[in-house]
Design a binder for this molecule. Structure first.
Ligand SMILES: Cc1cc2nc3c(=O)[nH]c(=O)nc-3n(C[C@H](O)[C@H](O)[C@H](O)COP(=O)(O)OP(=O)(O)OC[C@H]3O[C@@H](n4cnc5c(N)ncnc54)[C@H](O)[C@@H]3O)c2cc1C
Length: 257
């Protein structure tokens, strides 16, 4: 413990967590390695977005699985022993309550997994089942600056968070991506760090980029990405003198599992 007063970095959920079913409206390959899936309609008239890095848990049931009727978060969980979906967390990149359009941006990573494969093959009319939303990161309004760090899996959360930050407080953004083709338009300057074929779970590239940044103890740091990289960056930031309660990384995925 640092002795500094602890404050919650999460705002509460806007509603009770529940299960939603919604059809795909369209898909768009926004970069070679990122697929946007836009849902619209279904239960989304009742969805309330928590903002910033709020996410939902996608449920991928095996084809032909006999789902409980009615399918709710409670009945789905109660049936896990008999019919358990593959579950993966994804950020709400954008939600428009007026049109009920909801965007999720999927990294099309080279390893196959149920979520990336589903997104790659999704067609209009396909149904997505998910539970959420989660609480969301609450930026500290008294921070001396914001530091947002992540890889491409965290880019949707960073993009959803940026418009919610106080524009009077300086923000620094570091994002590791495969190469230049993965860059996306951003509302603030971003330091893009390219892997260029390097190992996925190598913390060295982001750590080198961090070394060039002034690390004021009043910074509010948000970071998410691969587990080993997050551990190492946390260690680096703590050694640089940032208080523990300011540096709480989130593991978004683990290389090899
Ligand atoms: C709160 C939260 C929010 C998230 N938001 C997003 C989001 O908006 N967009 C997004 O794309 N991801 C997001 N993720 C990460 C995503 O949940 C994981 O990448 C997930 O493992 C992908 O599931 P899958 O079924 O495609 O692959 P899995 O079956 O989980 O994994 C299969 C293989 O792929 C590898 N792998 C998994 N993810 C990646 C990756 N990103 N890059 C390279 N290799 C990988 C694994 O190491 C494994 O070897 C989020 C995670 C969390 C916890």
């Amino acid at each position: 413990m640092s002795g500094t007063k602890q404050r919650s970095r999460r705002r509460a959920r806007p509603t009770q967590t529940r299960l939603f079913r919604a059809p795909v409206l369209r898909t768009e390959r926004i970069t070679p390695g990122m697929q946007r899936v836009t849902l619209c309609g279904g239960d989304l008239g009742e969805f309330v977005n928590a903002g910033t890095d709020s996410h939902v848990v996608l449920y991928f049931y095996a084809e032909g699985a006999e789902l409980p009727e009615p399918l709710t978060a409670t009945t789905a969980r109660a049936a896990f022993a008999a019919v358990r979906p593959e579950m993966r967390s994804y950020t709400i990149r954008r939600f428009d309550a007026r049109t009920t359009e909801l965007d999720i941006d999927f990294v099309l990573h080279a390893e196959s997994g149920p979520a990336a494969s589903w997104a790659r093959d999704a067609r209009p009319g396909d149904e997505l089942i998910f539970v959420g939303p989660s609480p969301a990161y609450e930026p500290d309004p008294e921070a001396s600056g914001y530091l947002l760090i992540g890889d491409e899996s965290a880019l949707p959360a960073i993009q959803a968070t940026l418009p919610e930050l106080n524009p009077a407080i300086p923000v620094t953004v570091l994002v590791e991506i495969a190469d230049e083709a993965e860059r996306q338009p951003m509302p603030v300057p971003v330091t893009w760090v390219h892997r260029e074929g390097g190992e996925l779970a190598d913390p060295g590239r982001l750590r080198a980029a961090l070394a060039g940044i002034e690390l004021d103890p009043g910074l509010d740091v948000w970071l998410a990405g691969e587990r080993t990289v997050m551990h190492e960056l946390r260690r680096f930031l703590l050694e640089a003198g940032l208080p523990r309660d300011r540096v709480r990384p989130t593991t978004y995925w683990r290389a090899g599992t």
